[in-house]
Design a protein around this ligand. Structure first.
Ligand SMILES: Nc1ncnc2c1ncn2[C@@H]1O[C@H](COP(=O)(O)OP(=O)(O)O)[C@@H](O)[C@H]1O
Ligand SMILES: [Mg+2]
Length: 205
């Protein structure tokens, strides 16, 4: 009997707790005996991690918006080929910290006409969505304060400020409303354990 695994992505604004909750879900499922691959984008395979560095570090104006979308799509293609699809084929559960919805949001917000390009490239080169996308929704100011409290060199997408955080939140909620079968929206403005319980309930359902 063959059984393909489940593909779960976490999305949400910066500081909403995606990385925290992806890790907690992986720990909980592993404790239940589920084989889990915890991964992230951009990155998640050696080649895609190389591309991540090209995109997230260095001069923000290094790439045009179009080139950047190609780099994100190239990274995602490698991540799918090397990490996600083999794990799913082996029956493992894949938990991914950000996936294509983040590209739709960030690139689409920077220039509205890019959203169609992201979707076209996705259809051509990626061709599948997660089985479940957990959107951690929260107040943008709280998220920004949390994100700014973190250290790191990959600050490119964390210097957008409160206005863009608000637009991002609205954009993610619109994506969820457009794809209700795939998305579950979780209230991220709770203690980590309470968010984790809501996430687990959504995953188990
Ligand atoms: N529910 C929560 N309440 C308070 N702080 C949190 C919560 N979840 C995460 N954090 C903290 O907020 C910061 C951002 O969380 P993180 O998981 O990195 O968010 P994201 O990956 O969505 O940007 C981290 O310092 C994390 O420890
Ligand atoms: Mg994170």
């Amino acid at each position: 009997m063959t059984r393909t695994g489940r593909f779960i992505s976490f999305e949400g604004i910066d500081g909403s707790g995606k990385s925290t909750q992806a890790r907690l879900l992986a720990e909980t499922l592993r404790a239940q005996g589920v084989e889990v691959v915890l991964t992230r984008e951009p990155g998640g395979s050696p080649g895609a991690e190389d591309i991540r560095r090209l995109v997230l570090e260095g001069d923000p104006d290094r790439w045009s918006a179009e080139t950047e979308i190609l780099l994100f799509t190239a990274a995602r293609r490698d991540h799918m080929e090397r990490t996600v699809l083999p794990a799913l084929a082996a029956g493992k559960t894949v938990i991914c910290d950000r996936f294509a919805d983040s590209t739709r949001m960030y690139q689409g917000l920077s220039r509205g006409d890019l959203r169609a390009l992201v979707d076209q490239l996705h259809d051509l080169m990626i061709g599948r969505e997660p089985d479940l996308t957990v959107l951690i929704d929260m107040d943008p100011d709280t998220g920004l304060a949390r994100a700014l409290g973190r250290q790191g060199t990959e600050e490119r997408f964390e210097t957008f400020g409160a206005d863009l955080q608000r637009q991002m939140r609205d954009g993610f909620l619109a994506l969820a409303a457009d794809n209700p079968a795939r998305f579950r929206v979780i209230d991220g403005d709770q203690a980590p354990d309470a968010v984790a319980a809501d996430v687990l309930a959504a995953v188990s359902a």
